[in-house]
Design a protein around this ligand. Structure first.
Ligand code: GTP
Ligand code: SPV
Ligand code: MN
Length: 587
């Protein structure tokens, strides 16, 4: 391992020095990203139990990790935007003043790496060589974090080079401290281009390139610089004629982005192919041709394990067959892993995500509902040949969506860009296990960004409206809902690969190949325009899936008004205009 600095960047050297004085690690190690370094770190983690080696015949290069039982999802209540003015964080973020935050977290960080090693890890979010990249340097005392960042970002030597001797970088500080919930904070300092995360070892809280940099800090920069940093998957749909249309989709955490980005076309759609560009984050800029171009700034997937199997998402299963880190799933006796909803028989026994013996009679799940796999994107069989193209892919349509047992139809199209921004701004979804909070509770989650917007969301809506004006050929905006249920709680729509039937309608609309019927909420498919051949769905069910219950929508407006009012005069007038127009259309 490298003990000597791997950079001459003065800003980095001084910062590392400062943090070392604060946290007092035994050793400082500089990460180069080599195979040798990976092997050394992995071996060390096997020794301490931080990682467990999996069956190398069945899962080559794969390892297993359990987080602390109180540390299995993002803690949004402990996540803060630390701007000098409270109003700049907005009503939907937690706020702490930068002075208070540095002081409070500084006290927790103080001496917290005593007896531990401190790793200094440079990484790139974006495509190497692109002028739009953001470089980060993460300081962490966790080998698990280093090994995950190795999969999730382009890092090491390559990133030191990209940074150079005086490049800009985000200061990303992470320390596990004592993993105590009372001393856990994830703080963002957009004005200082810095992130401090302490007291957690869970993915989204600690892999600081992902939600913290590529969304919270990047959204702040994107607002200032005129681009988009969004919680979106990016997928290319190729038709039998060989034309590829790209779609970007924002669904809240654990609501289907990874699955949609990797879907396998159903048998009823021969000749179609689907190409994965990204599964969680999209950075998008206006091209010279007035279209919007998207890149995936990440290098791997941090995907939800439960529910993933060879029927629902074969591409994810194939991707996670090797070189993968499994977190909080069930560990089987033969050194392989299992989670609820995996193919094949339920194993007789294993060690569950808490580290306790588990049998198939257990009433508790073997894998945590938010257990995850970290796998290199390049291993995905459906990876797009353009996924590392610095120019990005041109986006034809945006999808917004979430989990709604009722109300939102399977799909509808917004009337225009401004109405589309309203559709995104009024998204709501049932809460999943990806974050702490009451499971199933419907909450407002505009553009699936409520946990990830690094500034006042009223200004964020303004930014969306302004971006539309810069696009001569803007993506059309749709809302989808794969999660509508019948009275018994059964999903009405089969979802997964069958979602391509809906994407086909969306793309046909974008290219003016299919008509639609106008309703108060937007354009919905005409009966028969979404092909249900081969599905176990009656025409009646389909009508239900596309149906709009005016009474329910009028009811929805009440909650929406309350939400909008929170923003006071920072909510753009255009969104109130859309609100009143919808109210009128529903009357
Ligand atoms: P994050 O990584 O948390 O941002 O989540 P994500 O949006 O990528 O969610 P993901 O695709 O991992 O899906 C989460 C859960 O929803 C998994 O358990 C999936 O099996 C399930 N799911 C995904 N797509 C569908 C669908 O079309 N229908 C149904 N019923 N379930 C789905
Ligand atoms: C999410 O929660 O939206 C995720 C997983 O993608 S995490 O990186 O943990 O935030
Ligand atoms: Mn996500």
């Amino acid at each position: 391992m490298q003990r000597e600095p791997l950079t001459r960047h003065k800003g980095v050297l001084e910062w590392v020095d400062e943090i070392a004085r604060l946290t007092t690690p035994d050793k400082i190690l500089w990460i180069d990203g080599s195979e040798k370094e990976k092997d050394e770190l992995t071996r060390e983690a096997f020794g301490t139990g931080e990682l467990i080696e999996l069956n190398q015949e069945k899962l080559p290069g794969c390892v297993y990790h359990r987080t602390a039982v109180n540390d299995v999802a993002r803690t949004e209540n402990l996540t803060f935007i630390c701007t000098s003015k409270k109003d700049d964080a907005g009503p939907t973020s937690n706020w702490m003043s930068p002075t208070d935050a540095y002081e409070k977290l500084g006290a927790i960080f103080s001496g917290s790496m005593k007896g531990r090693k401190m790793y200094v890890l440079p990484f790139i979010m974006g495509i190497p060589g692109s002028p739009f990249n953001k470089v980060g340097v993460e300081i962490t005392d966790s080998i698990y974090v280093v090994l995950n960042m190795r999969i999730m970002t382009r890092m090491g030597e390559l990133a030191w080079r990209e940074l150079g001797d005086n490049g800009e970088f985000t200061r990303c500080l992470h320390g596990k401290a004592d993993l105590n919930l009372d001393r856990r904070f994830i703080c963002h300092f957009p004005e200082d281009n810095a992130i401090w995360s302490v007291g957690s070892g869970y993915g989204g809280n600690v892999l600081l390139g992902k939600k913290c940099l590529a969304l919270r800090i990047a959204s702040y920069l994107a607002h200032n610089e005129g681009w988009f940093a969004e919680h979106m998957m990016i997928v290319g749909v190729e038709n039998p004629e060989g034309e590829v249309a790209y779609i970007a989709g924002a669904f809240p955490s654990a609501c289907g982005k990874t699955n949609l980005a990797m879907l396998i076309p159903p048998g009823s759609m021969p000749g179609y192919k689907v190409w994965t560009v990204g599964d969680d984050i999209a950075w998008m800029r206006v091209g010279d041709d007035g279209r919007l171009y998207a890149i995936n700034p990440e290098y791997g997937f941090f995907g939800v394990a439960p529910g993933t199997n060879y029927k629902t998402n074969p591409n994810a299963m194939e991707t996670a067959k090797k070189n993968t880190i499994f977190t909080n799933v069930l560990l089987k006796k033969d050194g392989t892993v299992w989670w609820e909803g995996m193919d094949g028989p339920v194993p007789d026994e294993g060690i569950d995500w808490k580290g306790d013996p588990w049998t198939k009679e257990s009433t508790e799940p073997g894998a945590n509902p938010n257990s995850r796999f970290t796998a290199p994107a390049g291993q995905c069989p459906s990876i797009s040949k353009h996924w590392e193209d610095p120019k990005g892919v041109p986006i034809s349509a945006f999808l917004f969506g979430g989990r709604r047992a009722s109300l939102a139809p399977l799909v509808y199209e917004s009337l225009n860009w401004q109405h589309g921004v309203f559709v995104g701004a009024t998204m709501a979804s049932e809460r999943t296990a990806a974050q702490y909070g009451k499971l199933g509770e419907v909450r407002r989650d505009p553009m699936a960004m409520i946990p990830f917007c690094g500034y006042n969301m009223g200004d964020y809506f303004k930014h969306w409206l302004a971006m539309g004006k810069k696009l001569s050929s803007a993506p059309r905006i749709y809302n989808v809902n794969w999660f509508r249920q019948d009275e018994s709680g059964k999903f009405l729509w089969p979802g997964f690969g069958e979602n391509l039937r809906v994407l086909k309608w969306v793309i046909d609309r974008c290219f003016d190949r299919v008509d639609a019927q106008q309703t108060p909420i937007g354009y919905v498919p005409k009966p028969g325009d979404i092909n249900i051949e081969g599905l176990d769905i009656s025409a009646g069910t389909m009508q239900g899936l596309l149906g709009i219950d005016r009474g329910q929508w009028v009811e929805e407006l009440k909650g929406l008004r309350e939400f909008f009012e929170k923003f006071g005069d920072r909510l753009p007038k255009e969104l109130w205009d859309e609100y009143h127009a919808l109210e009128k259309r529903l009357a």
